[in-house]
Design a protein around this ligand. Structure first.
Ligand SMILES: Nc1ncnc2c1ncn2[C@@H]1O[C@H](COP(=O)(O)OP(=O)(O)O)[C@@H](O)[C@H]1O
Ligand SMILES: [Mg+2]
Length: 415
């Protein structure tokens, strides 16, 4: 069948999507990037660009309907964004392979998703829908520890741990502030190690392509927020847990009606039940945070982005039977205390060791740093590999700690 000369729509032209655009180009595809930002960094790599807010499915479809090359489009995908509702809407409009709009909705609405999982007897934390402060007050005592979150946000934005003794009015308003629909979900907080998974789905069956440990060492000091500080791949529970995870993810794909595509999983191993895996949520898209674009190819030699693109074109990619890691990856984030940046001194990027596969530092003198509420508020990150897990962690942590940033605890001077 081949890919040369075919046309692929990629929703998102952001920094993390660049790798995806490059991979598509290397496959000989003509790439049309869709992004709401006319200055999206991926635009220059694309063959064509369509300006549309990728989180507004009808706006995207409208723009595609007006795009004269639409008849030639062979596939649609998103890289490094959560715009799966738009992907499904475009796939339906142009008659392309992809998940249905119903599946896209279920996979981006945390309450509806959990209802489906519960109906299919998939282990999920206890949950209840919250549509008002009174419902929160009435339900907060259901579990010893709970977490409140928008049904329709991402990146841990608006996610807060909560107990009956906390300021419920504040938590409700805070979480609602991140929810376009102003609907929240309250869940039982499950204690235990947290994992990320990424799979390809073919004929409703999932094929695991990566399992990572998420690092939540900052959790106690970050209360009530949930701050992830990178992680390590492969997970220390893999490969022992791989078969169990695959079964769980097969049921999740089935419950949401996913025939073909990608499935990203947020999993917690329930300590109280001998580390039994529970699903926190899944997403029907490739992961961000460079897991799909850097870590999975680095650790498992699986070009998952290329394989996901093949699926989006209706072609069958190679499917891994089991995971065979060739190295360890670790990543860590730079979080700054609140205040004003007075001085920044980081490593020279061209002098970083070869084992550093990604590095970024976004802090400049005069920047005002707010209190950290989720991992998207990080000011830098590093991703490394090594022959052992311990070495990878040491390397990542030492690069982060080598960054010297002075933050003055005061508001900026107003001239
Ligand atoms: N019920 C829960 N038990 C334990 N941890 C949870 C629970 N719900 C959310 N979390 C933590 O909060 C993070 C963000 O929540 P999630 O539901 O994945 O929202 P988002 O769409 O913002 O990623 C999760 O990755 C997990 O670490
Ligand atoms: Mg999540």
């Amino acid at each position: 069948m081949g890919t040369v000369g075919k046309t692929l729509l990629i929703l998102s032209g952001g920094v993390e999507a660049i790798k995806g655009i490059e991979i598509a180009k290397a496959m000989g595809l003509k790439v049309v990037v869709v992004d709401g930002n006319p200055d999206a960094p991926g635009r220059v790599l694309a063959d064509a660009f369509i300006e549309a807010n990728i989180y507004d499915p009808s706006a995207v479809v409208r723009m595609i309907a007006a795009y004269e090359g639409r008849e030639k489009v062979d596939g649609v995908i998103t890289v490094a964004s959560d715009a799966v509702r738009s992907v499904a809407a475009v796939a339906e409009f142009l008659g392309l392979p992809g998940i249905s709009k119903e599946t896209a909705f279920l996979s981006t609405e945390k309450f509806e998703m959990k209802l489906r999982f519960e109906e299919s007897s998939i282990p999920v934390p206890g949950f209840v829908s919250i549509g008002s402060i009174d419902e929160l007050i009435a339900n907060v005592g259901r579990w010893p520890k709970a977490v409140l979150k928008p049904v329709d946000s991402r990146g841990a934005r608006g996610v807060v741990r909560i107990g009956a003794e906390d300021d419920l009015q504040w938590a409700y308003a805070y979480s609602c502030g991140f929810s376009p629909s102003k609907r929240l979900i309250l869940e039982e907080w499950i204690e235990g190690p947290q994992l990320s998974t990424e799979s390809l789905v073919v004929d409703g069956k999932t094929y695991l392509c990566g399992v990572a440990d998420r690092n939540y060492s900052r959790l106690p000091e970050a209360y009530p927020y949930v701050i992830e500080d990178g992680g390590e791949t492969p997970s220390r529970f893999s490969p022992m847990i791989d078969e169990q995870l695959t079964k769980l993810l097969d049921s999740a794909a089935n419950a949401l009606g996913i025939e073909s595509g990608v499935l990203k999983g947020d999993i917690v191993l329930n300590e109280a039940e001998g580390n039994a895996p529970y699903i926190i949520e899944v997403a029907t898209r490739l992961s961000g945070g460079f897991f799909s674009t850097i870590t999975i190819p680095l650790v498992y030699e699986i070009n998952i982005v290329e394989r996901a693109i093949l699926l989006s074109l209706g072609q069958l990619p190679p499917l891994p039977e089991r995971l065979t890691p060739i190295c360890f990856q670790a990543n860590r984030f730079l979080f700054l205390p609140p205040g004003t940046v007075a001085n920044v001194c980081g490593p020279e990027t061209d002098q970083l060791p070869e084992y550093v596969k990604y590095f970024e530092l976004n802090a400049a003198v005069g920047d005002v740093v707010p209190n950290i509420e989720n991992h998207t508020m990080r000011r830098g990150s590093v991703l490394v590999n090594a022959e052992t897990r311990g070495e990878a962690v040491t390397r990542a942590e030492s690069i982060i700690t080598s960054i010297e940033v002075e933050v003055e605890d005061r508001a900026p001077l107003v001239q």
